[in-house]
Every structure is written in C-alpha cells, then in structure tokens.
Design a protein around this ligand. Structure first.
Ligand SMILES: [Zn+2]
Length: 111
C-alpha cells in the first residue's frame, strides 16, 4: 500500500534489477529565487530548475551582470547603491546606515 502522501504524485515505472518494474516519483519544480532583503521575485534568474540543471546553462543565463545580481532585487540594489555613495561622500558614516543594509554596503566598499 503506498503512502497517502504519495498517491497524488506523478509516477513513472522503470525496470528494476531482476525485470521487476520499479515505481519512481517525478521530481517537482523548485521555487522562484527571491531577494535577500524584501523577498521579492528576482528577474533574469532561471526559475523552476534544480542546481544541476542551472549548472548546464550558459553563464549569462544564470544571472544578470549587475551589482548584487542574483541576490538583491533592483529596488534594494539601488537602495544599497545610494547608501554607498553617501558613505563615500562622507555625508553618513557606516554606523548610521540601516542595519540590514550595512552588510552589503561594506561589501561594495571593499571592492
Ligand atoms: Zn528586494
């Protein structure tokens, strides 16, 4: 008797070792990538693909070539960029920057 949770899953039958048919469950899709700060959906990143499938893609199809691409969404990225500019122009110090943005501002300053 199959498990109750397995009843609605898509199945395939494969040959086992001794000509026995073996029941195999199909793997589901993975969820969409989200922004590290606001959890919004990321653009330009492959959705519903497993890490092994993503690795087979070309490098340019894996993520855009912008600052923090594949990590932050465009809104959060521009927030970080303005904070970096303020710190570099000495309008603000690093301690005055919002705590959730500090990590990213420091990363840009190192480069
Ligand atoms: Zn965001």
């Amino acid at each position: 008797m199959p498990k109750r949770s397995d009843r609605n899953k898509k199945t395939k039958f494969r040959k086992g070792g001794q000509e026995k048919s073996k029941r195999v469950f199909e793997k589901g899709k993975t969820k969409k990538h989200s922004c590290a700060l606001c959890e919004g959906m990321l653009h330009g990143v492959p959705h519903s693909k497993r890490p092994a499938e993503v690795k087979k893609l070309a490098k340019t199809k894996r993520r855009p070539t912008a600052l923090f691409a594949g990590i932050l969404c465009t809104k959060c990225r521009s927030l970080v960029a303005t904070e970096v500019a303020k710190v570099e122009a000495k309008v603000k110090t690093i301690d005055d920057v919002e705590l959730r943005l500090q990590k990213y501002v420091k990363q840009v300053k190192v480069k």
